[in-house]
Design a protein around this ligand. Structure first.
Ligand code: SF4
Length: 307
């Protein structure tokens, strides 16, 4: 869908014009290059030949393996052939976006085209996975600049994602986190307090199990990100995210995230008596943030009364 390229060209730090004009030579990109057709193919082949073993290959999109790969053909070759050919001479490979990193929507069940992330196809090269639908432009730019500036890959986590951008959960930097800790949850998207900053966990936010920098770097030069715009996190940078459960329902059996038993209790407790029935994690958080939380709870009560 080209959304990864669209995101990349919106990077402001570093600004993408500096990267393209000063830092790298962008020799082939179906979306961003001026050439098309045979000219574009010629540029690609010249680059792969001249810089064999030296170029960085950024792959956008998953590779369909079904029906001999015929679901995606470029210049008379399947995407699988194109990818293997380009990967052979690459110094490093970057899987740009969730399609290349984990298959994304094309690989969602029942995956009729057998869409496959690239690390399952080429296994003898370092592959940096930069998931997200799309990834944040500054993250994409930052990974490229790191490889170019230092001549080596950035430090990666166990899923080969750059730690600099994927070490923390969206939940950890969320500005609604104080409401989560206080047990103040939006019950639906029409809920007035959703606009005031109430936590979106009950309407499906996957921030507690999603590793990404959305809450800190944000989008469009730091203007906003989905949770700030009133929509819960999709979990788009996690493996199999389209098959990880319903988008608008909270998940009940999350490994390592055992708050479900308290989420409902917390909601009831806040609506009734604050001191009764609050789960242990809420109590612990409320102690350290008592003043801040009580101010917000009072504001929430006022809002509920107004409603
Ligand atoms: S559950 Fe979602 S909205 Fe609530 S604090 Fe965590 S990331 Fe933010």
């Amino acid at each position: 869908c080209t959304c990864c390229s669209e995101s990349f060209i919106r990077s402001d730090h570093p600004i993408v014009a500096d990267i393209l004009l000063d830092k790298i030579s962008l020799d082939y990109s179906e979306t961003l290059m001026a050439a098309a057709g045979e000219q574009a193919e010629a540029a690609k082949h010249d680059t792969m030949k001249k810089y064999h073993g030296e170029y960085i290959l950024c792959v956008e999109g998953s590779i369909p393996l079904g029906d001999d790969g015929n679901y995606c053909c470029i210049a008379g070759k399947t995407a699988l052939e194109q990818f293997k050919e380009a990967a052979e001479g690459a110094k490093a490979i970057i899987a740009w976006g969730s399609c290349a990193s984990n298959g994304c929507v094309q690989a969602a069940h029942p995956n009729p085209t057998e869409a496959t992330p690239i690390h399952k196809i080429v296994k003898n090269k370092p592959i940096i996975r930069v998931p997200g639908c799309p990834p944040i432009g500054e993250v994409m730019a930052g990974v490229i600049v790191h490889v170019v500036a230092f001549g080596r890959l950035p430090e990666l986590d166990r899923m080969n994602r750059p730690k600099a951008f994927y070490a923390k959960r969206v939940h950890d930097s969320c500005y609604r986190r104080a409401y989560y800790d206080a047990g103040l949850f939006a019950e639906n998207f029409d809920y007035e307090n959703a606009k005031k900053g109430y936590c979106l966990y009950k309407v499906g936010c996957k921030g507690p199990m999603t590793y990404n920098s959305c809450g800190t770097i944000k989008w469009n030069n730091g203007v906003s990100y989905p949770i700030q715009s009133g929509h819960g996190c999709f979990g788009c940078s996690e493996d199999n995210f389209w098959d990880n459960g319903p988008i608008y329902e909270r998940l009940t059996n999350l490994p390592g995230f055992g708050i479900e038993a308290t989420a409902d209790n917390v909601g009831k407790a806040v609506a009734g008596a604050l001191a009764v029935g609050i789960g242990a994690h809420v109590v612990a958080s409320a102690i350290s943030k008592r003043k801040q939380v009580s101010r917000r709870i009072n504001r929430g009560r006022e809002n509920e009364e107004r409603l």
